[in-house]
Unconditional design. Sequence first.
Length: 181
Amino acid sequence: MIQLLLAVAAIGCAVQAVRSGRLLGSALWLAGVSAIVALSFFLMGAPQVAVIELSVGAGLVTVLFVFSIGIAGDEPVETQSIVPRLVGIVLSLAASALAALFVLPVAVARAPTAEPAFSDVLWGGRGLDVLLQLVLIFSGVLGVLSLLTEGEAPAHPSIMVREVPKELAELTELSLEEERR
């Protein structure tokens, strides 16, 4: 029952992300989808996948979206759909039915097994995934830092080379000539 509620909440957040008139609102609704999916993964017994989804999907991607929107601007965009509404609804229902077919549990008798230790699973079987996630997070942090420090002046004044607009150069020359007289 809780999985069904989580699925409905994730679909609701996804619909709101698409319907939102502003990019920032869409990014936040998308973070909600990622957080709900991460919770669903955790409840299904996949805590490693849940942590990766939460940190990358709801964390890193949302931070990058928000900074990008902050730099580019968040202006509402009015667009018309390419796909007719009825076709979109039918395709969405068909995709939901297929997802439900694959997600709903099938009654299969399983013998109880002992779970391996978390560190064995993390570094033994998922070591490459963990390293890839670390590289992605590190790259995202470096990207955000480069965006934040883009407008700052260099540390040493001799490094600064700026082109002066022609009109400003002429005004400066005229004012210098007047001061000399």
